[in-house]
Design a protein. Structure first.
Length: 507
């Protein structure tokens, strides 16, 4: 059997994606609607604000709750339940709570609810990072003044960005039985939780007393449709008004369909091939750099992602505050890859294993990478695992190469760099085991700094050092895609994976 070259394999994947389109359909004006139906890729893992914080679960929770601050569509940090916030000194951020905001049960939001939420956040593995560094012995609230003084053990310029992820709960409602948040969530948000039919859908009712104004429709239905092709069919047929997580290969055909609109925005997540930096052969920086040069990343973006998104240049995407393009360039260069392998003592090549989940996208990436590396003398064995087993192997460092990604939901470089590349982080975060004292120093100093210009420069230097160290071959920066009915306006995305249905209107 003839060997399929890397470029040929790329073309096969690309050509296959071209046949995933559909026919052009005529626009149909819908009857007046009082409900919005959204197709999700999966059910939430949890409805508890202190539970699983994956993007899908968080988007669903934010229909019921509000955050203390929020990230606007231009990536700026804005007040939300907090009317304003200001640094009193380097260690103290004072937050003033809005007056006349009500929970769904009619209780007024108080500063003590915010303090309770902060305190409860430190008890959950999913939310403790939001309040990292907070000194709870000194952090206090004043219900009469409507203020919360958040005192830190040391300065942290990333705190406002982290507070954009703080979902505020009612103290009186929650402390009676914290488990109630899972079965009967109750917040200050634009929708009231109605019911969850497991395996099918979640239903919410409009909050007529919402402090920003009531939604323009009465019912929000979130349907769980696991197959991307089915979500595409449902949005084209008009059975749903919004489709999330549409596969990239469907975007071109959907863009030509007059019955739908495709909303695209640079995202906050990326995909990369990680190296186990703690064991041979990838404890050798030159071997890691060789792999980076050996892969034609644009070919992967074009073939696997149908050209949607962009080639990654480093550990965080351009949409994240603090991003810099001023990093070492690993453009496709097989000759350079072979040179580095020879310098590392592998002139005659080597054999390695790449592990991946059973996601077809990631399997496609692994197969293309396998062919590119073969051309520079690296033989790659692909092991495809069930996702839970795969993630366990990564955490246990039972890997050589692996395909993963990171979502910087705060849109702040601290979360996108410190968690995955600081040597002090555990292996579920720093999955490559990367360790560089200079990177640690830069990230520690940036975390303690509240001067934004100084922080930006420190993160610029840190990104240069990380890319030079090559703990991963950075492949792809995601583009967030939402597909809506052509008769729907007002769906917004902020670049951090957060999607708002609150402002939706039918025309």
């Amino acid at each position: 059997m003839k060997r399929i070259s890397a470029i040929a394999l790329v073309m096969l994947v690309l050509v296959a994606s071209l046949f995933a389109g559909g026919s052009k359909e005529s626009s149909q004006i819908p009857a007046a609607k009082d409900s919005l139906t959204v197709a999700l890729a999966s059910e939430p893992r949890s409805l508890d604000p202190f539970g699983s914080n994956d993007s899908n679960s968080t988007n669903i929770k934010l229909q019921v709750y509000d955050t203390l601050l929020y990230i606007d569509t231009d990536a700026s940090i804005q007040p939300n339940l907090a009317e304003k916030y200001e640094w009193v000194d380097g260690n103290t951020l004072q937050v003033t709570i809005r007056k006349d905001v009500k929970f769904h049960n009619g209780d007024l939001l108080k500063a003590s609810d915010v303090l309770y939420t902060l305190q409860h956040s430190q008890e959950s593995e999913y939310t403790t990072w939001i309040v990292e560094g907070v000194n709870f012995d000194k952090t206090v609230c004043d219900d009469e003044a409507g203020t919360v003084s958040i005192v830190l053990n040391e300065p942290s310029g990333s705190l406002p960005a982290r507070l954009c992820q703080l979902i505020v709960v009612s103290k009186s409602y929650t402390e009676k039985d914290p488990k109630i948040l899972e079965s009967a969530p109750m917040g200050t948000g634009p929708f009231l939780f109605d019911k969850w039919v497991k395996g099918d859908s979640l239903t919410f009712k409009a909050n007529k007393d919402y402090w920003k104004g009531a939604p323009a429709y009465s019912t929000l239905i979130l349907r769980s449709i696991t197959e991307s092709a089915t979500r595409t069919i449902e949005i084209k047929s008009g059975n749903v008004d919004v489709a999330l997580s549409v596969i990239e290969s469907d975007v071109e055909s959907l863009s030509k369909n007059p019955d739908v609109k495709v909303i695209r925005k640079p995202g906050s997540s990326n995909t990369w091939i990680g190296f186990n930096c703690t064991a041979a052969p990838f404890d050798n920086q030159k071997v890691r750099q060789a792999v980076c040069y050996a892969i034609d990343k644009k070919a992967i973006v074009d073939a696997v992602y149908s050209g949607i998104g962009s080639v990654a240049t480093g550990p965080i995407p351009p949409s994240v505050w603090g991003y810099t393009a001023d990093v070492p360039d690993y453009s496709y260069n097989p000759a350079k890859a072979k040179q580095l392998l020879a310098e590392a003592g592998y002139a005659n090549g080597l054999t390695v294993e790449i592990k991946t989940s059973n996601s077809q996208v990631r399997v496609d990436i692994a197969e293309i990478v396998q062919q590119f590396l073969k051309e520079v003398g690296i033989t790659v064995k692909i092991s495809t695992l069930e996702n839970a087993t795969y993630l366990t192997d990564i955490v246990n460092m039972n890997v050589q190469m692996f395909i993963l990604g990171w979502e910087t939901t705060t849109l702040d470089a601290d979360y996108g760099l410190y968690e995955p590349y600081h040597s002090g982080m555990p292996t579920w975060s720093n999955t490559t085991g990367f360790s560089d004292p200079e990177v640690d120093r830069l990230l520690d100093e940036a975390r303690r700094c509240i001067d934004m210009d100084q922080r930006r420069e420190l993160y610029r230097q840190a990104q240069i050092a990380i890319v030079e160290g090559a703990p991963a071959a950075f492949l792809w920066d995601k583009e967030d895609i939402v597909v809506t009915s052509s008769h729907l306006d007002g769906i917004t995305m902020n670049g951090s994976g957060r999607i708002s249905f609150y402002g939706a209107t039918f025309k």
